[in-house]
Design a protein around this ligand. Structure first.
Ligand SMILES: [Zn+2]
Length: 469
């Protein structure tokens, strides 16, 4: 009896001592799970997926249970050697073959070397759900432009088949282009299929064009196919020499510098410095803003779902400057600057109305240093059009416009020699030959025929699928 009392007393003392130690001495910080945000939702079973844990007292052991439909498929666990403070666990791959689309749940628990919890240590458990996806996306070109020219554009519509796509992009060998989801009315696609379209540019400054479409899914499976356009390598470059007259410089530069520069007219050393400020500094500032608008604010919405009309913004217009003109500016007899003209200059009467040739949404509406009063309209599939040197425009960013609407009125705001419209066409930030986009034959063959051919191809596939059922 006495022995029993002593035994109980010792046991109680031990318990109290343990509780005291547990609360005041034993480390009670659970292992920290480090990598929650970077985990994918899908797994190709090829790449290693790992979870990282850290703990000050060191990691003692881990266990993994893999569940399929709430049943344990397999489990694994062991004591970790050397008490590591940082521990990386590679998720074990299932040994049996599983169908794509199967969801596996990994229940992972990691314990540390603390004596708390009756010497079992602190434990952190995480559940990770992963959808098995071992197949790469399949890309099928439905239709594309018959060719591409240097400084020009081309169009492609294609189908991608995959369980869970992550990104679809095009490349010209140097620059990347986003592809845009497209829906054709009356076309039924399988649930894992989607149609994409994009304009792709071959900018004047690139010597080569190597077209490619790339699709990557959420399990990092990727597929690529070549976009083999026949190529026309000659860029439409015309050289022109512009002599800057002192009277013109005096009147134009004074008012323009007042508007756009912090430095006054007198603050510049001479006309050459004033001119270079406008033609180079203001130009590059404009370019940054235009690039930003035409690459980051563009959306999946297409205002040109069935094709486009040739761009002809002015009625009875005369072309006074072409895209790709290499302009050499002279002051007295000295060459001061050489720039490429990236738009088409059109002139008719003063303050002539500028018409929208295609529907779109206004993505930039601002006074820019070189371009003056400017509007940029986004049409879809990465295509934007820019209207510069306007005297007036009532448009605001976000306004949706339809073909035939008035964009504004021509003028000579910004760095303009006389009342005219500077029209630019941009494909995801790259200025391209406007001559193509204002040519009805090119527009029909390179754009509108592509919509028609892609639609015909999808209809045919719909019919074949219907017959197969
Ligand atoms: Zn121009």
């Amino acid at each position: 009896m006495r022995n029993l009392v002593i035994a109980v007393f010792v046991a109680c003392l031990g318990a109290v001592l343990y509780l005291v130690l547990n609360f005041f001495v034993f480390e009670r910080q659970k292992p920290i799970f480090q990598s929650l945000s970077s985990l994918p939702t899908h797994w190709n079973l090829k790449d290693d997926l790992s979870l990282r844990f850290s703990d000050e007292s060191g990691i003692r052991s881990y266990s993994v249970e893999v569940l399929l439909d709430s049943q344990i498929l397999f489990s694994q666990g062991e004591v970790v050697l050397n008490k590591p403070k940082n521990f990386t666990l590679s998720l074990p791959k299932p040994l049996t073959e599983l169908k794509d689309g199967t969801t596996l749940v990994y229940k992972v628990c990691v314990s540390d070397w603390s004596n708390t919890n009756f010497f079992a240590g602190n434990t952190t458990c995480v559940d990770v759900s992963l959808i098995i996806d071992t197949s790469a996306p399949q890309i099928e070109i439905l239709a594309r432009s018959p060719k591409i020219s240097r400084s020009g554009s081309a169009f492609v519509l294609f189908k991608v088949k995959d369980l869970a796509l992550d990104s679809v992009t095009l490349s010209n060998g140097k620059n990347e282009f986003r592809a845009f989801r497209h829906h054709f009315d009356g076309i039924v696609l399988a649930p894992d299929e989607a149609v994409y379209g994009a304009f792709v540019a071959w900018p004047l400054e690139n010597v080569l064009f190597e077209g490619r479409i790339k699709a990557v899914d959420k399990a990092a499976n990727s597929a690529q196919i070549a976009l083999n356009f026949p190529k026309n390598l000659t860029a439409p470059i015309r050289k022109s020499n512009i002599r800057l007259k002192p009277e013109f410089l005096e009147s134009k530069l004074r008012s323009l510098l007042e508007q756009i520069s912090n430095v006054s007219y007198e603050g510049f050393a001479d006309d050459k410095e004033r001119f270079l400020f406008i033609n180079e500094q203001a130009r590059s500032r404009d370019s940054k803003q235009i690039l930003e608008a035409t690459t980051t604010t563009i959306s999946n919405k297409s205002y040109i779902p069935y094709g486009i009309s040739p761009f002809s913004a002015l009625k009875n217009a005369v072309v006074v400057g072409y895209f790709g003109d290499e302009r050499s500016y002279y002051l007295d007899k000295n060459l001061v600057s050489v720039v490429y003209h990236m738009g088409l200059d059109l002139a008719s009467v003063r303050n002539a109305p500028i018409f929208a040739s295609n529907g779109g949404v206004v993505i930039l509406r601002q006074y820019l240093g070189l371009h003056g009063n400017t509007a940029v309209i986004y049409h879809g599939f990465g295509l934007s059009s820019l209207y510069a040197h306007m005297s007036d425009s009532t448009l605001k960013v976000g306004d949706e416009i339809e073909s035939g609407d008035i964009i504004g009125y021509t003028g000579s705001s910004g760095w303009a020699f006389g009342d005219h419209l500077h029209l630019e066409i941009l494909v995801q930030g790259h200025a391209v030959s406007v001559q193509e986009w204002s040519n009805p034959k090119w527009v029909q063959e390179s754009i509108n025929a592509v919509f028609e051919q892609a639609r015909a191809r999808l209809l045919e596939q719909n019919m074949l699928r219907g017959q197969a059922k």
